[in-house]
Design a protein around this ligand. Sequence first.
Ligand code: NAD
Ligand code: UDP
Length: 317
Amino acid sequence: MRVLVTGGAGFIGSHLCEALLAEGHEVVAVDNLLTGRLENIAHLLSHPRFRFFQQDVLEFELMPVDAIYHLASPASPVGYRRYPIETLVVNSLGTLRLLEGAKEYGARFVFASTSEIYGDPLVHPQSEEYFGNVNPVGPRSCYDEGKRFGEAATMEFVREYGVDARIARIFNTYGPRMDPHDGRVVPNFIMRALLDEPLEIYGDGRQTRSLCFVSDMVAGLRLLMERDGLAGTVVNLGNPDERTVLDLAELIRRLTGSSAPLVFLPPRPDDPGRRCPDIRRARELLGWEPLVPLEAGLVETIAYFRDVVAQIAVRDE
Ligand code: NAD
Ligand code: UDP
């Protein structure tokens, strides 16, 4: 199959490209490197079945493909605050354009949505039936509402044109190749622990997140694409192992052997208080559930960031 991955030079996208190539697919990746990094796919560039276009999804000339994963979008709160308009555009106009491509070429389509469409949730854990609690004008809304628009667009292309499109609501995902400077909790805590700098906790640290290792996420995305008969399906993908931010900080300190202190800063506005996926639907429809325990995933991620820190040290010498 020929597969298009938008956001292919990003964190999840690069792992997805790698997995698709390993399965024998031809992979076309498009990425404007807004928040992604060429080094994530440097090892793939010479692969005979891999093609990379450094372009915006709105400029990229669509070509016949069998499947489209639309992952292009800033994803971290720091990233989408830095690029709010770009975030709105890629999830709205970008999604519409790629859906047009899916319609034209009869390609299957997976839209990378997010647990953020549940906002600061009032029900717990979050199942796909929950409509969410989103502040439409707050600092996170460019992302949350952008993704909600993307979901609505995807569903209309299923209903109006019979496009075989599916929606993945991705919960917090971590692993090697996360950008050390994108401000997300895992890279922030690991980098600071390794550098013996204070780990900054926003608020009291009792807010929760449920972290999914990237290989599990890629497996879930692929199953969502590859299973037949799932047009119009919306599925949560995430690991229901829920932890407080404070527990995560302690765990990372222990696994890195760091004695960096914890400091408490004011909470971020509209920061969701609790987040945990209900993954019953993914279990039933995809036979999927996460396999990598948090500690094992963090150990692998810490090894990656140790290399990042070592490279920074060499560069600064
Ligand atoms: P990432 O920032 O590493 O990857 C996104 C990629 O999209 C980047 O390489 C960026 O350069 C590219 N991009 C952005 N705008 C583009 C445009 N207009 N044209 C072409 N490329 C563009 O983020 P990620 O964590 O890999 O996230 C991938 C997708 O998964 C995103 O859609 C994100 O919203 C979704 N998601 C991720 C998480 C997570 O925890 N990682 C959680 C929920 C949803
Ligand atoms: N967080 C924190 N310190 C950091 C980075 C994040 O306390 O250095 C908290 C943040 O306030 C949120 C959680 O960790 O409650 C997850 O934040 P992240 O930016 O990774 O993603 P989010 O799930 O909010 O999109």
